[in-house]
Design a protein around this ligand. Sequence first.
Ligand code: C2E
Ligand code: CA
Ligand code: CA
Ligand code: CA
Length: 280
Amino acid sequence: AKQLGKNNYQLYSFTRDITSYKKYILEKDMRKAIEKEEFEIYYQPQVATSTGVIQGAEALIRWNHEEWGMVSPGEFIPLAEENHLIHQIGDWVIENVCKQIRTWIDKGYTTRPISINVSPIRFMKKGLVEYVADLLTKYDVPAKYLELEITEGSLLKSEKNVLNTLDGLRDLGIKIAIDDFGTGFASLTYLREFNADTIKIDQVFVQNITEENKKDTAIISSVLHLAKGMDMKVIAEGVEEYEQLNFLKQKECDEIQGYLFSKPVSLDIFEQMLETGYIK
Ligand code: C2E
Ligand code: CA
Ligand code: CA
Ligand code: CA
Protein backbone atom coordinates (compact mmCIF):
# COMPACT_ATOMS: atom_id res chain seq x y z
CA ALA A 1 0.00 0.00 0.00
CA LYS A 2 2.91 2.25 0.81
CA GLN A 3 4.43 1.70 -2.59
CA LEU A 4 1.19 2.44 -4.37
CA GLY A 5 0.93 5.67 -2.46
CA LYS A 6 4.40 6.64 -3.57
CA ASN A 7 3.65 5.91 -7.21
CA ASN A 8 0.50 7.89 -7.03
CA TYR A 9 2.43 10.83 -5.75
CA GLN A 10 4.98 10.57 -8.56
CA LEU A 11 2.26 10.37 -11.16
CA TYR A 12 0.61 13.41 -9.67
CA SER A 13 3.69 15.60 -9.67
CA PHE A 14 4.61 14.46 -13.18
CA THR A 15 1.20 15.50 -14.49
CA ARG A 16 1.45 18.79 -12.71
CA ASP A 17 4.82 19.54 -14.26
CA ILE A 18 3.48 18.84 -17.72
CA THR A 19 0.59 21.13 -17.04
CA SER A 20 2.70 24.03 -15.86
CA TYR A 21 5.14 23.46 -18.74
CA LYS A 22 2.28 23.64 -21.22
CA LYS A 23 0.99 26.73 -19.50
CA TYR A 24 4.42 28.34 -19.79
CA ILE A 25 4.71 27.52 -23.49
CA LEU A 26 1.17 28.63 -24.29
CA GLU A 27 1.67 31.89 -22.50
CA LYS A 28 4.90 32.56 -24.34
CA ASP A 29 3.49 31.64 -27.77
CA MET A 30 0.24 33.51 -27.27
CA ARG A 31 2.02 36.81 -27.82
CA LYS A 32 2.83 35.87 -31.41
CA ALA A 33 -0.26 33.84 -32.22
CA ILE A 34 -2.23 36.71 -33.75
CA GLU A 35 0.62 37.66 -36.13
CA LYS A 36 1.16 34.03 -37.02
CA GLU A 37 -2.55 33.72 -37.81
CA GLU A 38 -2.96 30.75 -35.52
CA PHE A 39 -6.33 31.86 -34.18
CA GLU A 40 -9.47 30.85 -35.98
CA ILE A 41 -13.14 31.44 -35.35
CA TYR A 42 -15.62 28.59 -35.24
CA TYR A 43 -19.35 29.17 -35.37
CA GLN A 44 -22.01 27.28 -33.49
CA PRO A 45 -25.52 27.73 -34.88
CA GLN A 46 -28.40 28.78 -32.67
CA VAL A 47 -31.68 27.42 -34.00
CA ALA A 48 -35.36 28.09 -33.38
CA THR A 49 -36.57 25.38 -30.99
CA SER A 50 -39.82 24.83 -32.82
CA THR A 51 -38.50 24.70 -36.41
CA GLY A 52 -34.75 24.06 -36.34
CA VAL A 53 -34.12 27.05 -38.59
CA ILE A 54 -30.85 28.93 -37.95
CA GLN A 55 -31.39 32.22 -36.15
CA GLY A 56 -27.79 33.12 -35.42
CA ALA A 57 -24.50 31.72 -34.21
CA GLU A 58 -21.97 32.09 -31.46
CA ALA A 59 -18.38 32.86 -32.47
CA LEU A 60 -15.96 30.64 -30.56
CA ILE A 61 -12.21 31.11 -30.84
CA ARG A 62 -9.82 28.25 -31.55
CA TRP A 63 -6.06 28.27 -31.40
CA ASN A 64 -4.22 26.06 -33.81
CA HIS A 65 -0.91 25.80 -32.00
CA GLU A 66 1.99 24.53 -34.13
CA GLU A 67 3.00 21.87 -31.60
CA TRP A 68 -0.07 21.23 -29.47
CA GLY A 69 -2.65 21.32 -32.22
CA MET A 70 -6.09 22.72 -31.40
CA VAL A 71 -6.05 24.31 -27.99
CA SER A 72 -9.46 24.97 -26.48
CA PRO A 73 -10.40 28.44 -25.29
CA GLY A 74 -11.27 26.95 -21.92
CA GLU A 75 -7.55 26.40 -21.62
CA PHE A 76 -6.03 29.62 -22.98
CA ILE A 77 -8.65 32.32 -22.36
CA PRO A 78 -8.07 32.19 -18.57
CA LEU A 79 -4.33 32.55 -19.26
CA ALA A 80 -4.97 35.47 -21.59
CA GLU A 81 -7.06 37.08 -18.87
CA GLU A 82 -4.18 36.67 -16.42
CA ASN A 83 -1.56 38.19 -18.71
CA HIS A 84 -3.91 40.78 -20.23
CA LEU A 85 -3.49 39.55 -23.81
CA ILE A 86 -7.26 39.07 -23.68
CA HIS A 87 -7.61 42.68 -24.83
CA GLN A 88 -5.74 42.04 -28.07
CA ILE A 89 -7.29 38.63 -28.63
CA GLY A 90 -10.79 39.83 -27.83
CA ASP A 91 -10.43 42.81 -30.15
CA TRP A 92 -9.15 40.52 -32.90
CA VAL A 93 -12.28 38.36 -32.55
CA ILE A 94 -14.61 41.35 -32.82
CA GLU A 95 -12.81 42.71 -35.90
CA ASN A 96 -12.66 39.30 -37.56
CA VAL A 97 -16.40 38.76 -37.07
CA CYS A 98 -17.27 42.23 -38.41
CA LYS A 99 -15.11 41.60 -41.47
CA GLN A 100 -16.82 38.23 -41.95
CA ILE A 101 -20.32 39.68 -41.70
CA ARG A 102 -19.38 42.19 -44.42
CA THR A 103 -18.24 39.29 -46.64
CA TRP A 104 -21.53 37.43 -46.06
CA ILE A 105 -23.56 40.52 -46.92
CA ASP A 106 -21.50 40.96 -50.11
CA LYS A 107 -22.01 37.31 -51.02
CA GLY A 108 -25.75 37.75 -50.65
CA TYR A 109 -26.27 35.32 -47.78
CA THR A 110 -29.16 35.77 -45.41
CA THR A 111 -26.96 37.08 -42.65
CA ARG A 112 -27.81 36.23 -39.06
CA PRO A 113 -26.65 37.94 -35.87
CA ILE A 114 -23.35 36.64 -34.51
CA SER A 115 -22.72 36.56 -30.75
CA ILE A 116 -19.26 37.32 -29.47
CA ASN A 117 -17.95 36.49 -26.01
CA VAL A 118 -16.54 39.48 -24.20
CA SER A 119 -14.32 38.84 -21.20
CA PRO A 120 -15.32 40.74 -18.03
CA ILE A 121 -11.82 42.25 -18.07
CA ARG A 122 -12.35 43.70 -21.54
CA PHE A 123 -15.83 44.76 -20.65
CA MET A 124 -14.60 46.74 -17.66
CA LYS A 125 -11.91 48.58 -19.63
CA LYS A 126 -12.80 51.88 -21.23
CA GLY A 127 -13.17 52.26 -24.97
CA LEU A 128 -15.18 49.16 -25.94
CA VAL A 129 -18.11 51.17 -27.29
CA GLU A 130 -15.84 53.34 -29.45
CA TYR A 131 -13.91 50.31 -30.68
CA VAL A 132 -17.06 48.51 -31.78
CA ALA A 133 -18.58 51.67 -33.28
CA ASP A 134 -15.44 52.23 -35.39
CA LEU A 135 -15.53 48.66 -36.69
CA LEU A 136 -19.19 48.91 -37.66
CA THR A 137 -18.30 51.99 -39.68
CA LYS A 138 -15.11 50.51 -41.13
CA TYR A 139 -16.85 47.39 -42.44
CA ASP A 140 -20.22 49.03 -42.98
CA VAL A 141 -22.00 46.42 -40.87
CA PRO A 142 -25.48 47.07 -39.44
CA ALA A 143 -25.35 46.85 -35.63
CA LYS A 144 -28.27 44.42 -35.54
CA TYR A 145 -25.91 41.68 -36.75
CA LEU A 146 -23.81 41.82 -33.58
CA GLU A 147 -24.58 40.53 -30.13
CA LEU A 148 -22.13 40.65 -27.23
CA GLU A 149 -22.24 37.91 -24.61
CA ILE A 150 -21.26 38.88 -21.11
CA THR A 151 -21.34 36.77 -18.00
CA GLU A 152 -23.06 37.68 -14.80
CA GLY A 153 -19.61 38.35 -13.38
CA SER A 154 -19.21 41.42 -15.63
CA LEU A 155 -22.40 42.83 -14.26
CA LEU A 156 -21.76 42.24 -10.60
CA LYS A 157 -19.57 45.27 -10.35
CA SER A 158 -22.48 47.52 -10.95
CA GLU A 159 -20.16 50.42 -11.52
CA LYS A 160 -21.06 53.45 -13.48
CA ASN A 161 -18.81 52.54 -16.40
CA VAL A 162 -20.41 49.09 -16.74
CA LEU A 163 -23.82 50.72 -17.04
CA ASN A 164 -22.44 53.38 -19.39
CA THR A 165 -20.86 50.74 -21.61
CA LEU A 166 -24.11 48.80 -21.78
CA ASP A 167 -26.04 51.94 -22.65
CA GLY A 168 -23.46 52.91 -25.25
CA LEU A 169 -23.65 49.52 -26.95
CA ARG A 170 -27.41 49.56 -26.89
CA ASP A 171 -27.44 53.05 -28.40
CA LEU A 172 -25.36 51.67 -31.27
CA GLY A 173 -28.06 49.03 -31.80
CA ILE A 174 -26.01 46.08 -30.60
CA LYS A 175 -27.70 43.29 -28.68
CA ILE A 176 -26.58 42.08 -25.27
CA ALA A 177 -26.83 38.51 -24.05
CA ILE A 178 -26.26 37.30 -20.51
CA ASP A 179 -24.12 34.18 -20.81
CA ASP A 180 -24.02 31.18 -18.48
CA PHE A 181 -27.17 32.40 -16.80
CA GLY A 182 -27.80 30.81 -13.44
CA THR A 183 -24.19 30.00 -12.57
CA GLY A 184 -23.31 33.45 -11.24
CA PHE A 185 -25.10 35.51 -8.71
CA ALA A 186 -27.18 37.82 -10.86
CA SER A 187 -30.40 38.60 -9.10
CA LEU A 188 -33.71 39.63 -10.52
CA THR A 189 -32.76 43.22 -9.79
CA TYR A 190 -29.80 42.87 -12.14
CA LEU A 191 -31.97 41.54 -14.90
CA ARG A 192 -34.19 44.55 -14.64
CA GLU A 193 -31.34 47.02 -14.39
CA PHE A 194 -29.29 45.70 -17.28
CA ASN A 195 -32.02 45.34 -19.80
CA ALA A 196 -30.40 42.53 -21.79
CA ASP A 197 -31.95 41.23 -25.01
CA THR A 198 -31.10 37.58 -24.48
CA ILE A 199 -30.60 35.16 -21.60
CA LYS A 200 -28.49 32.08 -22.23
CA ILE A 201 -29.37 29.31 -19.79
CA ASP A 202 -26.19 27.55 -18.81
CA GLN A 203 -25.67 24.01 -19.96
CA VAL A 204 -25.50 22.59 -16.43
CA PHE A 205 -29.24 23.15 -16.09
CA VAL A 206 -30.03 21.90 -19.59
CA GLN A 207 -28.04 18.72 -19.17
CA ASN A 208 -29.91 17.89 -16.00
CA ILE A 209 -33.27 17.87 -17.74
CA THR A 210 -34.70 14.50 -16.88
CA GLU A 211 -38.00 13.45 -15.49
CA GLU A 212 -36.47 12.86 -12.10
CA ASN A 213 -34.67 16.15 -11.92
CA LYS A 214 -37.46 18.43 -10.79
CA LYS A 215 -35.17 21.16 -9.48
CA ASP A 216 -33.36 21.94 -12.72
CA THR A 217 -36.50 21.74 -14.81
CA ALA A 218 -38.17 24.10 -12.34
CA ILE A 219 -35.28 26.56 -12.70
CA ILE A 220 -35.54 26.49 -16.49
CA SER A 221 -39.31 26.90 -16.40
CA SER A 222 -39.09 29.93 -14.17
CA VAL A 223 -36.30 31.56 -16.20
CA LEU A 224 -38.45 31.14 -19.32
CA HIS A 225 -41.47 32.58 -17.57
CA LEU A 226 -39.51 35.52 -16.23
CA ALA A 227 -37.84 36.26 -19.57
CA LYS A 228 -41.16 36.27 -21.37
CA GLY A 229 -42.50 38.85 -18.94
CA MET A 230 -39.42 40.99 -19.51
CA ASP A 231 -39.47 40.64 -23.30
CA MET A 232 -36.19 38.80 -23.42
CA LYS A 233 -35.23 35.95 -25.68
CA VAL A 234 -34.01 32.72 -24.10
CA ILE A 235 -31.40 30.39 -25.58
CA ALA A 236 -30.74 27.03 -23.95
CA GLU A 237 -27.10 25.99 -24.21
CA GLY A 238 -25.63 22.52 -24.36
CA VAL A 239 -28.65 20.70 -25.78
CA GLU A 240 -27.45 17.20 -26.58
CA GLU A 241 -30.49 14.99 -26.35
CA TYR A 242 -34.00 14.75 -27.72
CA GLU A 243 -35.40 14.54 -24.22
CA GLN A 244 -33.94 17.99 -23.54
CA LEU A 245 -35.18 19.36 -26.86
CA ASN A 246 -38.69 18.08 -26.22
CA PHE A 247 -38.83 19.62 -22.79
CA LEU A 248 -37.60 22.98 -24.16
CA LYS A 249 -40.11 22.83 -27.00
CA GLN A 250 -42.93 22.17 -24.60
CA LYS A 251 -41.82 25.11 -22.43
CA GLU A 252 -41.54 27.34 -25.52
CA CYS A 253 -37.87 28.18 -25.13
CA ASP A 254 -37.03 30.42 -28.13
CA GLU A 255 -33.75 28.95 -29.31
CA ILE A 256 -31.33 26.18 -28.60
CA GLN A 257 -27.62 25.74 -29.12
CA GLY A 258 -25.90 22.41 -28.66
CA TYR A 259 -24.36 19.29 -30.12
CA LEU A 260 -27.80 17.83 -30.92
CA PHE A 261 -28.01 20.26 -33.86
CA SER A 262 -24.37 21.09 -34.43
CA LYS A 263 -21.00 21.41 -32.78
CA PRO A 264 -19.11 24.65 -33.39
CA VAL A 265 -17.95 24.40 -37.03
CA SER A 266 -15.32 26.01 -39.22
CA LEU A 267 -16.13 28.96 -41.47
CA ASP A 268 -16.53 26.77 -44.60
CA ILE A 269 -19.11 24.53 -43.03
CA PHE A 270 -20.95 27.40 -41.40
CA GLU A 271 -21.20 29.17 -44.77
CA GLN A 272 -22.88 26.09 -46.23
CA MET A 273 -25.40 26.28 -43.41
CA LEU A 274 -26.00 29.99 -44.02
CA GLU A 275 -26.58 29.39 -47.70
CA THR A 276 -29.46 27.02 -47.08
CA GLY A 277 -30.64 28.32 -43.72
CA TYR A 278 -30.58 24.78 -42.41
CA ILE A 279 -28.10 22.42 -40.85
CA LYS A 280 -27.29 19.60 -43.22
P1 C2E B 1 -19.23 29.59 -23.48
O1 C2E B 1 -19.29 31.01 -23.91
O2 C2E B 1 -20.19 29.17 -22.43
O3 C2E B 1 -19.41 28.74 -24.81
C1 C2E B 1 -20.12 27.53 -24.90
C2 C2E B 1 -19.19 26.35 -24.84
O4 C2E B 1 -19.97 25.15 -24.78
C3 C2E B 1 -18.31 26.18 -26.08
O5 C2E B 1 -17.07 25.63 -25.66
C4 C2E B 1 -19.09 25.17 -26.91
O6 C2E B 1 -18.28 24.45 -27.82
C5 C2E B 1 -19.61 24.28 -25.83
N1 C2E B 1 -20.82 23.56 -26.23
C6 C2E B 1 -21.76 23.92 -27.12
N2 C2E B 1 -22.75 23.00 -27.23
C7 C2E B 1 -22.41 22.01 -26.37
C8 C2E B 1 -23.05 20.76 -26.04
O7 C2E B 1 -24.09 20.38 -26.54
N3 C2E B 1 -22.40 20.01 -25.10
C9 C2E B 1 -21.23 20.39 -24.52
N4 C2E B 1 -20.68 19.57 -23.64
N5 C2E B 1 -20.62 21.56 -24.83
C10 C2E B 1 -21.21 22.36 -25.75
P2 C2E B 1 -15.68 26.22 -26.19
O8 C2E B 1 -15.79 26.63 -27.64
O9 C2E B 1 -14.62 25.25 -25.81
O10 C2E B 1 -15.49 27.55 -25.34
C11 C2E B 1 -15.32 27.50 -23.95
C12 C2E B 1 -15.40 28.88 -23.34
O11 C2E B 1 -14.29 29.69 -23.77
C13 C2E B 1 -16.64 29.65 -23.74
O12 C2E B 1 -17.74 29.23 -22.98
C14 C2E B 1 -16.19 31.07 -23.44
O13 C2E B 1 -16.32 31.35 -22.07
C15 C2E B 1 -14.72 31.03 -23.80
N6 C2E B 1 -14.52 31.59 -25.16
C16 C2E B 1 -14.61 30.99 -26.36
N7 C2E B 1 -14.35 31.85 -27.38
C17 C2E B 1 -14.08 33.05 -26.79
C18 C2E B 1 -13.74 34.36 -27.29
O14 C2E B 1 -13.65 34.62 -28.50
N8 C2E B 1 -13.54 35.33 -26.35
C19 C2E B 1 -13.66 35.10 -25.01
N9 C2E B 1 -13.44 36.12 -24.15
N10 C2E B 1 -14.00 33.89 -24.51
C20 C2E B 1 -14.20 32.87 -25.38
CA1 CA C 1 -20.82 32.30 -24.66
CA1 CA D 1 -22.32 29.86 -22.09
CA1 CA E 1 -19.08 29.14 -19.95
